[in-house]
Design a binder for this molecule. Structure first.
Ligand code: AMP
Ligand code: MN
Ligand code: MN
Ligand code: MN
Length: 282
């Protein structure tokens, strides 16, 4: 099995990088990418663990980009985490995330919530801060019952998340990944609030910028999504990647190692990177 999209506690995942790899190996994953949000901090630990377990490790990252005021996630796969261009870019992304977290917490304060305390709790957590950290802090503080409620009431689209529009342009993010020798794959293309026409324009812009792949199969994706994505990949000359987007054993819709079968009409992203697999192993 191949899984090219997972998170560790270096961003908003629950498991340490080595724990993640151990769990993936036990679930039958033969090729695994760690793709934390805007950080490569976990790659050394994960790569080391993978070596010991005979898992083929793909160094990755999931970078937040802006396109038409939407946050778009771009996976960088087979990146060189030590690329100077990428390192500088990720340092700026980390600063942006910390500033954004402060701004969001200030807005929560304005709504009568204890913004400063929530911010301190997020800062005490492992990993580069994301809205998922803040959602956990809101749950822990008893302000909402579940993470989904935190997004629905406070952090989701049309709420405070409007602050999220400040990400670097899509083309710039793709260029960082290319500079680091990586394959840029557009993550979970059906999860954005875009019309079908806007999504096609997104794909056209992504391909023009040097994007090479589309995440055709992602955790919890319905069959018709896979068909839609496979058609888009073909139309824009992109290969396909597959990934669970695993975050935590507590979020079972993104199960690690769940069979992620790429339709036969799509060229696998890993094939152009020289990773082959015996037939019937997907
Ligand atoms: P950020 O990148 O800081 O905007 O945070 C986005 C992260 O929050 C995503 O990567 C998801 O892991 C998580 N997330 C987004 N929406 C939800 C939701 N409705 N329920 C739980 N987690 C979510
Ligand atoms: Mn996440
Ligand atoms: Mn994502
Ligand atoms: Mn992800």
């Amino acid at each position: 099995m191949i899984d090219l999209h997972t998170h560790s506690n270096r961003s908003d995942g629950a498991l340490a990088p080595a724990e993640l790899v151990t769990r993936a190996a036990a679930a039958g994953v033969a090729t695994l990418a760690l793709t934390d949000h805007d950080t490569v901090d976990g790659l050394d630990e994960a790569g080391h663990a993978a070596k010991g377990l005979g898992v083929e490790f793909v160094p990755g990252v999931e970078i937040s980009a802006g396109w038409r005021s939407q946050a778009i996630h771009v996976l960088g796969l087979w990146i060189d985490p030590r690329s100077p261009a990428l390192s500088a870019a990720l340092a700026s992304q980390a600063a942006r995330r910390r500033d954004r977290m402060r701004a969001i917490c200030a807005q929560l304060s304005a709504k009568g919530l204890p913004g400063e305390r929530l911010q301190a709790e997020v800062e005490a957590m492992a990993g580069l801060p994301t809205r998922a950290h803040l959602a956990l802090a809101l749950v822990a503080g008893g302000h909402v019952r579940r993470m989904e409620d935190a997004f629905r009431i406070h952090l989701g689209r049309g709420r405070i998340a409007q602050i999220a529009a400040d990400w670097p342009a899509l083309a710039e993010v793709v260029a960082w990944i290319v500079a680091a020798g990586g394959t840029a794959s557009l993550a979970h293309p059906t999860r954005y609030a875009l019309s079908a026409g806007a999504r096609r324009q997104l794909l056209a812009d992504f391909a023009a910028a040097g994007g090479r792949s589309l995440e055709v199969v992602t955790g919890g994706n319905a069959a018709h999504h896979v068909e839609t994505c496979a058609a888009l990949a073909t139309r824009y000359g992109l290969s396909g990647s597959v990934g669970s987007d695993f975050h935590s054993p507590d979020r079972p819709w993104n199960t690690l190692g769940r069979s992620l079968k790429l339709p036969a009409c799509v060229i696998p992203a890993w094939r152009e990177r020289g990773v082959f697999e015996p037939s019937g192993q997907m």
